[in-house]
Design a protein around this ligand. Structure first.
Ligand SMILES: Cc1ncc(COP(=O)(O)O)c(C=O)c1O
Ligand SMILES: Nc1c(O)cccc1C(=O)C[C@H](N)C(=O)O
Length: 435
């Protein structure tokens, strides 16, 4: 990995203390946790117990968030009453037609956006396409290139390359930390991941955005691994365009629709490359000539995926009375504590954290490099600790403050210590989830 470790925990893990005082510390931390009550808003296994392997610890909310309790009843009502009884009337009477903007306004405070700047619909990949092509169309005439985060999740790179081909620009991969030095007056925009999906590294959104603006380029952020895990501050940092999924820390469910943020002052100039009838100023005019809607609705394309969209809306109720700042505080405490438990339980030299120790650079996951990581994750899952594996050698553990407890973190580290301690005996199974 290209990451340079920056913490004691990353350079050599201490000998297993065997000390169960970490378990008592976890109990104390859980007792003092102001977000402990939100765990009941989710469907999860019973509290973890070292003596039995029955209950699982779910540390994969950075891939698929757990099911919020409010979702099943709401979806049942949408199906039985809104669809089953009201049928077509629900487009207006049940608020289906305006759901993309309404749900966008519910996500907005979590990513630091005022109302009217976020629209929900389509996948992350599709919204990346809208953002990148829309951004290039707003960039200066002499621009010849798009910068792409060299460590990006692959879909962003694929989409950026295709968008560049269509708009006649080149794509240049650049490490996020180098963007301020590499941006030039020929750069139309940079597409950057806020949190790196493999390492959990948090990129400097305010600094990179400022550097891009200073060179006259636009900043386009992928928030998949930060939205719902930490404050993003889109409006405060003058981000131009942003995109994110809702199935990770926002718990919207498998395939839940993504969202697009467009800075208010750019909305009038935003020309969607996918101008479907739902983004028309008067969709039911059925006008052959396209005229974009005012405001964020011009980020829409076609008919919204109502069942998933309304499941997401219900999922967002899990945030009632919760501030994103409180979530960030707990996220850092959880990842600190997990790293400490890993240091205590994992035999020296068996694993190395590639997640930055510095709070300013850390998202809400811990990634550990170790040999035979696929087999290790298979064994962890068999023993009830669900994280995931990314090739070739990364174990990922995601921490969702709304439902992850300190006891979860301690148990996961304990089981990891046992599995890595017995590494020669680990079977030669196949790769873990999502490899
Ligand atoms: C950073 C990032 N971008 C995009 C995606 C996926 O895009 P889509 O929702 O279109 O599958 C993911 C995860 O799947 C991701 O981690
Ligand atoms: N979107 C996913 C899916 O449809 C299936 C399995 C995993 C995913 C993921 O979200 C992967 C995730 N973005 C990652 O960080 O690796």
């Amino acid at each position: 990995m290209s990451e340079t470790p920056d913490s004691p925990a990353e350079t050599g893990l201490r000998a297993p203390s065997g000390a169960r005082d970490m378990a008592s510390r976890a109990a104390e931390l859980d007792a003092a946790d102001p977000l402990a009550h939100t765990r009941d808003r989710f469907v999860l296994d019973a509290a973890p117990d070292h003596a039995s392997g029955d209950a699982s610890v779910y540390l994969d909310g950075n891939s698929l968030g757990a099911l919020p309790r409010a979702v099943a009843g709401r979806v049942a009502d949408v199906i039985a009453r809104e669809w089953g009884e009201l049928r077509i009337r629900s487009w207006t009477e049940s608020g289906w037609w305006t759901a993309p903007e309404r749900v966008g306004d519910k996500i907005a405070p979590l990513i630091g956006a005022a109302p009217g700047r976020v629209v929900v619909g389509d996948s992350t990949s599709v919204n990346l396409f809208k953002a990148v092509v829309g951004g290039v169309r707003m960039a200066g005439k002499g621009c010849t290139e798009i910068l792409v985060d060299a460590t990006t999740f692959p879909t962003d790179g694929y989409i950026a390359r295709s968008a560049a081909r269509m708009t006649g620009l080149a794509v240049r991969p650049v490490e996020p930390a180098r963007i301020a030095d590499e941006v030039t007056e020929r750069t139309a925009l940079a597409l950057v991941n806020h949190v790196d999906y493999r390492t959990g590294r948090l990129n400097d959104l305010p600094g990179i955005t400022h550097a891009l603006h200073s060179a006259g380029a636009l900043a386009v952020w992928d928030l998949c691994h930060s939205a719902g895990a930490l404050p993003v501050g889109l409006d405060a940092h003058h981000v131009d365009l942003a995109v994110g999924c809702t199935y990770k820390y926002l718990n919207g469910g498998p395939g839940a629709p993504a969202y697009l943020y467009i800075r208010e002052s750019l909305q009038e100039r935003f020309e969607s490359p996918l101008p479907g009838w739902n983004s028309h100023t008067d969709p039911f005019a059925m006008d052959p000539a396209y005229a974009p809607a005012e405001g964020i609705a011009r980020g829409r394309v076609g008919t919204p995926d109502i069942l998933s969209l309304l499941a997401l809306e219900a999922a967002l109720e899990a945030w009632d009375g919760v501030s994103i700042e409180a979530v960030r505080t707990k996220s850092l405490a959880l990842t600190d504590f997990f790293l400490e438990c890993v240091s205590a339980y994992v035999p020296p030299g068996r694993a190395r954290s590639v997640t930055p120790y510095d709070h300013q650079r850390r998202g809400s996951q811990v990634s550990l490099e170790c040999p035979r990581a696929g087999e290790v994750m298979d064994e962890l899952i068999r023993r009830g600790v669900v994280g995931d594996f990314r090739r070739p050698d990364v174990l990922r553990f995601g921490f969702t403050p709304l439902y992850t407890s300190f006891a979860d973190a301690e148990r996961a580290a304990w089981v990891l210590g046992e599995v890595l301690g017995a590494l020669p005996e680990v079977g030669s199974g196949t790769a873990g989830t999502g490899g």
